[in-house]
Write a protein that binds this ligand. Sequence first.
Ligand code: AMP
Ligand code: ZN
Length: 465
Amino acid sequence: MIKLYNTLSRKKENFSPLHKGSAGMYCCGPTVYYYAHIGNLRTYIFSDLLRRMLLYNKLKVKQVMNVTDVGHLTSDADEGEDKMEKAARREQRSVWDIAKFYTDAFFKDTKKLNIMDPDITCKATEHIPEMIALIQKLEKNGYTYVAEGNVYYDITKFKDYGKLAKLQQDELKAGARIAVDENKKNPHDFVLWFTKSKFQNHAMVWDSPWGKGYPGWHIECSAMSMKYLGEQFDMHCGGIDHIPVHHTNEIAQSEGATGKKSVNYWLHGEFLVLDKEKMAKSEGNILTISVLEEKGFDPLDFRYLCLNTHYRKQLQFNIEGLEGARNAFAALKRKIIELKEDASSKTKNITEDDKYKQQFLEAINDDVNIPQALAVLWTVLKDDDLSSDEKLALAFDFDNVFGLSLENIEEEKIDVPEEIMELVEKRQQARKEKDFSLADKLRAMIEKKGYSLDDTPQGIKIKKK
Ligand code: AMP
Ligand code: ZN
């Protein structure tokens, strides 16, 4: 039985899919105005692990992810500027160029992290008619009003507004902090369609029954999730910051339009934080996968780091922690290579009732407890009663969820610490300069640190002793 922590009930619940044997999931995708930072990517690693867990349980999964390429203002509550327009000005390119460039960059990063592509990726700008139709439905059902040309959602008309975030009625009335827009009847009302906004020169505009304009941010997820997964679907995920505004508004829109419960399980990933600060693209302290690569890390070192913290716990990121993850991952890779060298060529099948497979399943099915599942893998690798064949078979089987590409690991790809690489490079330089005594000294230093060097015609091979 799969158990998932549902933000809606604040409890772990047994997962019971709407359609037997399958699971429909929607994950809020990136706003493509800049590179994704490692905090964003932690959330996509989480949804990837969730999906892989469902697949491991032999469920047929349909995962849908949107790409926000219009309408997301710098504040989630309709204030500020459109993030895409701002980026276009910053980079002196068109908004369409910006969207294309950062969408491609996003998928390059997710590929490097072994995040599986969603079954359906859908762009906001390609679903404007669906959004307009949904707003019309809400209009018909009496949830909207027009003020100064913009269409607003009146939250007092939706009985359960705020149920996801457990917002209290008095909080909803109070919310003066976010009620800067004087057209709003209630502070938490939000825009469904902008026409006469303060951005008169908005580059992305479409005709609509309310005038030329563009959609509010939240409507895209309601429109696209319904289009691809139906009016009711199993699960919806994103980062915890989406609970109070974005997902709260999605529920108000989808359920206001259909009168049905839209999503059964809401799952939210905790944040990755740098020095206790929220890490956001708009706050300037951006660490991307490329930055980590420049610092000499493999993107999968970061994935391994994420596997070690449960998705509902904050991940305090620092370079020392990432180095620790790199070392542990390197040890895992060395172990796999050793086993490969020792194993027979026959593939070993694991039975469903295998003790370790059961333990692994229990861990991942307990609200995607990947740290526990990793502990099971390490127990397997250390169990002297198992043959190398059995260990490898289990490791590869579990890796369907971990996504660390364990089957493809080859000797050369083992990470060598930077410190050793520097010594190797110095030795190369010494040899080039024919300073053989220095080269020998450097080799001795490298060996003392636990690595051996082999000068082969193909180049130097560095091995952990
Ligand atoms: P955005 O591109 O800003 O819409 O964010 C994409 C995803 O990343 C959303 O699911 C956010 O909830 C999530 N997110 C944003 N910042 C962080 C962070 N520091 N740690 C983890 N997830 C985050
Ligand atoms: Zn969304």
